[in-house]
Design a protein around this ligand. Structure first.
Ligand code: ADP
Ligand code: MG
Length: 376
């Protein structure tokens, strides 16, 4: 049974490998809410060919517009169905690749449901970490793994460390490290050894998130919640070390702001969210056009994701939509955004070899050689 499971995972993994070169896009539609159903709200989504990755949107009853994605999840698909399709990327992280999984869409379409899930019905974040530990354990004869987690939030173009002690008000910035990788000096990286520890870290993160905001829902719809998982791996057979990063991101709501009559502090918030999301759109367009300059630095969000979005990493986007006729224009705008993202062709992904470890080993080897020479 164990081998069968491994073979199945390997097969799925290879399928993903075949599809590499693109930003993969999965579309997920939430069910109509109780209120929507009870008020006779009609749905504009047609799932007849969803199993082929096609989604139909009925425009005012008459015309139908079709969108194509790598996968379309209907309201009947559950968290296990959704995760099973994302899971091959987890193997990639353990193999040393940078990965980014993010959920995009209007507020109320299920971004948090997909990423975080609920206590009894967990989402991508928890399932990912659970599987990371499971595979790491299966590979313990050939690899050693060191896994740590950071939880942060981007709000008004400021990075907040949700694992830092509440008294610290350090200002966090993205810096380029020597090997060209980006990091955030001072960010707490909690080393985790098992899923219970992860759970505690995630809980600490979400309670810190609520602190200092008087409307938790509003706050979460206006900020980007980001989980970063750093995996340091050592292949015990050939000594190769990799250091790779997985980002799991629940983005701020993508709804256009013309609708909200924002003023003052609210307006500033709105513009800043806009800035990060439109910067994300610009990065995606630049990648799609194979532009020589990708404007990662135009927002905190894109700067943070720089190593894991585009380039030689693997990216998966969930575009979350509502089935309701009332949300039609936002749904179309999200689907258009996602279609643009799906048009991005990336080069092949590349393993993130940890050269600092390599240097250390070379030095050790040199030293050993010298010592043995001295003995001779
Ligand atoms: P967002 O984070 O995009 O604002 P939420 O994840 O908070 O949206 O979802 C809004 C509501 O819809 C929540 O009550 C959530 O439980 C529910 N919901 C979203 N997606 C689904 C789904 N696929 N199945 C069942 N309920 C869902
Ligand atoms: Mg949310």
């Amino acid at each position: 049974k164990y081998n069968e499971e491994q073979a199945k995972r390997r097969k799925l993994h290879n399928q993903v490998e075949d599809a590499k070169g693109n930003i993969r896009v999965f579309c997920r539609c939430r069910p109509l809410s109780k209120v929507e159903s009870s008020t006779g709200c009609s749905t504009v989504v047609d799932f007849d060919t969803a199993s082929n990755g096609e989604l139909g949107i009925l425009n005012s009853g008459s015309t139908k517009k079709t969108f194509r994605f790598d996968r379309v999840f209907t309201p009947n698909d559950n968290q296990v169905d959704v995760y099973s399709q994302a899971s091959p990327l987890v193997t990639s992280v353990l193999d040393g690749y940078n990965v980014c999984i993010f959920a995009y869409g209007q507020t109320g379409t299920g971004k948090t449901f997909t990423m975080e899930g609920t206590e009894g019905n967990r989402g991508v974040n928890y399932r990912t970490l659970e599987e990371l530990f499971k595979i790491a354990k299966e590979r313990k004869d050939t690899y050693t793994y060191d896994i740590s987690v950071s939880v942060l939030e981007v709000y008004n173009e400021q990075i907040r460390d949700l694992l830092a002690s509440s008294s610290s008000s350090k200002k966090l910035e993205v810096k380029q490290a020597a090997e060209g990788l980006h990091n955030i000096p001072g960010l707490v990286e909690a080393k985790v050894e098992n899923i219970q520890e992860v759970w505690n870290v995630l809980r600490a993160g979400s309670s810190a998130r609520a602190v200092g905001s008087n409307n938790v829902n509003e706050h979460s719809s206006r900020s980007h919640c980001m989980l970063s998982i750093m995996v340091r791996a050592k292949n015990l057979l050939n000594g190769e070390c990799t250091k790779s990063k997985l980002w799991l991101v629940d983005l701020a709501g993508s709804e256009r702001l013309a609708k909200t009559d924002a003023q003052g502090e609210r307006l500033k918030e709105a513009q800043n969210i806009n800035r990060s999301l439109s910067a994300l759109g610009d990065v995606i367009s630049a990648l799609a056009n194979k532009s020589s300059h990708i404007p990662y630095r135009n927002s905190k969000l894109t700067h943070l994701l720089q190593d894991s979005l585009g380039g030689d990493s693997k990216t998966l986007m969930f575009v979350q939509i509502s089935p309701s006729e009332h949300d039609l224009s936002e749904t179309l705008s999200s689907l258009n955004f996602a279609t643009r993202a799906r048009g991005v062709e990336l080069g092949p992904a590349r393993k993130q070899i940890d050269t600092s470890e390599l240097q250390k080993m070379k030095l050790m080897l040199e030293k050993a050689k010298q010592e043995s020479r001295l003995k001779d």
